[in-house]
Design a protein around this ligand. Structure first.
Ligand code: AKG
Length: 318
């Protein structure tokens, strides 16, 4: 049976209690704390963009019903969504920032890099198990505010989190292999993390106005959408304002996606292995990102990383 998520509304206003629960459970879940009118505006602006591409019928103003149109590549659509005023303003909305500042106990920086999810029914692949801390190559520490932009019942999907995995799952749990792996539009992905390594997964039903704060080391994944609607949600990441803010936090999610795609093409061109891809991404995420040339990628591929993914002799096998 799914254990569900505990609500933390009773602890609002008590930063110490929020931090203790966040560190202990790896998440905080709040019911009805965000401005539903602002959420409705973001949702209807996103629906308009999706209507321009024939993904939602023109008569639907508030419910993201799917027309059945498949979208092989969402980058153009997501670029338009990332540029929406209502979408960008959501990341600094007072109700959200107030909660994140209570949690951190200091002023926070809200990443410009905000992911949108426009998950169509039966979309494959859905986001597999990962820890965001690893996705961003451990260069910064942050918390994720996962924001449902609509009511998300069991059949619409949502997010599923592995309870306590922030305390148990490490780099060594990632399946490392010498295979070359290219994922086309999805870019380079992390080595795999399996369900067995993560323990028990939990979720709830999410409504517009709710907020799920996820620890950056908690393993989580998307749930399948078996409804007739798209699932709309956004991920806003926060960190203390005076901490190191990496370059990829200060660009939009679509600009980072374009950068990663360009990188991926170069990886293919130079014939990088999975391990070489990971060590290059490690370097570029820790440093300035910057130019992508065959010479640079080939040079970066040779570097070692402090803690490799997978079993510990990965660095010895080059
Ligand atoms: O919304 C989803 O499907 C996944 C969310 C996620 O992976 C994240 O917030 O990092």
């Amino acid at each position: 049976m799914n254990p569900g998520l505990d609500e933390s509304n009773a602890h609002l206003g008590d930063g110490k209690a929020l931090w203790e629960r966040y560190e202990r459970d790896g998440y905080l879940f709040f019911r009805d704390v965000l401005d539903r009118e602002k959420i409705r505006k973001v949702r209807s602006d996103i629906i308009s963009v999706l209507q321009d591409y024939g993904v939602i019928p023109p008569e639907e103003k508030d419910v993201p019903v799917w027309t059945g149109k498949e979208v092989p590549d969402f980058l153009e659509i997501h670029t338009k969504i990332h540029a929406l005023k209502s979408y960008d303003e959501m990341r600094t909305s007072p109700a959200l920032v107030r909660i994140m500042e209570q949690l951190f106990g200091v002023p926070v920086y809200s990443w410009m890099n905000v992911d949108v999810r426009t998950q169509t029914p039966r979309m494959v692949p859905i986001t597999s198990i990962h820890q965001d801390y690893q996705v961003f190559y451990r260069a910064a520490r942050f918390a994720i505010s996962w924001i449902p932009l609509m009511d998300i019942g069991d059949n619409v999907g949502g997010v599923d989190i592995a309870l306590g995995s922030h305390l148990s799952v490490t780099e060594a749990d990632y399946g490392w292999s010498k295979d070359r792996y290219y994922t086309g539009n999805a870019g380079a992905v992390l080595p795999a993390l399996t369900e067995d390594q993560c323990g028990t997964f939990a979720r709830t039903t999410y409504n517009a106005g709710d907020l799920l704060v996820i620890h950056d080391k908690v393993a989580h994944r998307s749930l399948p959408n078996t409804s007739k609607k798209l699932r709309l949600s956004m991920d806003v990441r926060f960190q203390p304002k005076d901490s190191f803010i990496p370059w990829y936090a200060k660009i939009t999610a679509s600009d980072l996606e374009r950068y990663n795609r360009e990188l991926n093409e170069e990886f293919i061109a130079v014939g990088a292995t999975q391990d070489q891809i990971q060590r290059t991404l490690w370097r570029l995420f820790w440093y300035e990102g910057g130019e992508i040339t065959p010479e640079r990628i080939t040079r970066e591929m040779q570097h070692r990383y402090p803690v490799p993914f997978g079993h510990s002799d990965a660095d010895l096998t080059l």
